[in-house]
Write a protein that binds this ligand. Structure first.
Ligand code: TRP
Length: 442
């Protein structure tokens, strides 16, 4: 067998994993979830989940991947076998489903680059809201952008782990960061922005509900890219010397910082323009063009913003696709380039109903009142990924704990202060906590 590809450096790995984590989940989903779930109190519960269960599951995935040097299904098979590879299989199915709607939304961001540049995003907040609504409900245009985005994803995956994924992340992630800071300065100085800051940063604990815990936990899993094997796959390209605990802490922290920055950008603008914070998925696409309209050089910043958001989405999308490619290459001997093109087409087709569900198919409800896109999002984020998280934690905490201890400390070469804390979370807190949130949410 050809030797397995590896990341070029520790920084390259951390940025690629952060590239996976930071995406639409942080900049598009997090602000509107915070808006729908009462603001500051949601933020606190979210951060609590991220730095306890989330961080531990991410480390567990890195350790499984590096120990096995395999795709998610193969990793569970080499480490233990029996029924465990099923966990990897569920994760891979989740990857297909998530990417299918993720690419639709990422297509919107490409469309918004074009719309910013061509000057069609003008008018007041109402006009921008109407423009967004008519764009996403169109039966053709968003699907073309979805196709374009899937094409870009396949192109990066074709470039390979080191030259494709790692190289792109190293340049573009830092740029995104800087641009967010510039935009926040504009947003928080808008008249009326302070109400948004208060909403986001001053928790109102009277708003806490069981739904909020469910939303915060599923958002944590989605945002950190955990519970479906993406981080197992990324860990499998790591060499023996990296410090896994530190890397997981870095990735988790960067992801949370970007989510908080996005909140600081979107929510003050929402209040300044008098939008409803609970408006949902349109929030980013409506509020931000309104911000750009009010700032000098708005068109320039607008184009740059949607460009970087597209890139952030792209580095996440490749991580949703890579486990599938790795599986067929490790286990079935498929040529990774052929499978990238083939599965790219499959996922594109799977995404079409998601796009149509916002327009001509909006009357079809799959789960309760939810259409196709929302249903796929719900099943993957609220069920499949948390269940993947439970199984991954149990696996590390109980089934292969000794091996995982060696993995997390590089065979006692590195001190890892939180080893026992990590194992405790994997054994008890994560499985019980996630189960409790899942059950109370049903
Ligand atoms: N974390 C990404 C985001 O926030 C999305 C993502 C990439 C993802 N890979 C994943 C979500 C794996 C779940 C599982 O946009």
């Amino acid at each position: 067998m050809k030797s397995r590809e590896q990341w070029g450096s520790r920084l390259g790995f951390v940025l690629a994993a952060a590239g996976s984590a930071v995406g639409l989940g942080n900049i598009w989903k997090f602000p509107y979830m915070t808006g729908q779930n009462g603001g500051g109190a949601f933020l606190i519960i979210y951060l609590f989940f991220v730095f306890t269960i989330g961080l531990s599951v991410m480390l567990a995935e890195f350790a499984i991947g590096r120990a096995a040097q395999r795709n998610p299904i193969g990793a569970f098979a080499v480490l233990k076998g029996k029924a465990w590879p099923l966990v990897g299989a569920i994760g891979m199915i989740a990857g297909f489903l998530i990417l299918s709607f993720y690419s639709v939304v990422a297509g919107w961001t490409i469309a918004y680059i074009v719309k910013m540049a061509s000057g069609t995003l003008v008018g007041d907040a109402d006009a921008l809201g109407a423009a967004f609504g008519s764009f996403i409900s169109d039966p053709v245009e968003p699907i073309l952008y979805h196709a374009l985005f899937m094409g870009l994803t396949v192109a990066v995956v074709l470039g390979g782990v080191h030259d494709g994924i790692e190289r792109a992340c190293k340049v573009l992630m830092p740029m995104l960061f800087v641009l967010l800071i510039v935009l926040i300065i504009r947003a928080v100085t808008l008249p009326g922005a302070e109400k948004g800051l208060a909403f986001f940063l001053m928790p109102d604990f009277s708003k806490i509900s069981a739904d909020m815990f469910n939303a915060a936990l599923s958002q944590a899993f989605f945002s950190l890219s955990i519970g479906m094997g993406a981080m197992i796959t990324y860990g499998s390209y790591l060499n023996r010397h990296e410090n896994l605990g530190k890397s997981a802490l870095w990735v988790t922290s960067l992801d949370s910082i970007v989510a908080v920055l996005a909140g600081l950008l979107i929510l003050p603008a929402v209040f300044a323009f008098g939008f409803d914070p609970a408006a949902g998925p349109g929030l980013t696409f409506i509020t931000l063009p309104a911000v750009f309209a009010q700032m000098p050089g708005g068109v320039f910043f607008g184009i740059l913003f949607f460009l970087l958001l597209t890139v952030a989405a792209l580095t996440s999308a490749v991580s949703l696709m890579q486990p599938i490619i790795a599986y067929f290459s490790d286990e079935k001997g498929w040529n990774p380039k052929v499978s990238a093109v083939f599965f790219g087409i499959v996922i594109f087709v799977l995404g079409i109903p998601s796009s149509l569900s916002l327009g001509i198919w909006s009357d079809f409800h799959i789960i309760g009142e939810k259409g196709f896109l929302d249903s796929v999002d719900y099943i993957t984020s609220n069920l499949m990924m948390p269940i993947g998280g439970i199984m991954t934690s149990l696996f590390v905490g109980w089934v292969v704990a000794d091996k995982m201890k060696d993995e997390a400390t590089n065979n006692n070469e590195k001190k890892f202060k939180f080893l026992n804390g990590w194992l405790f979370i994997c054994r008890f807190l994560a499985p019980l906590g996630i189960s409790w949130v899942l059950i109370s949410g049903l």
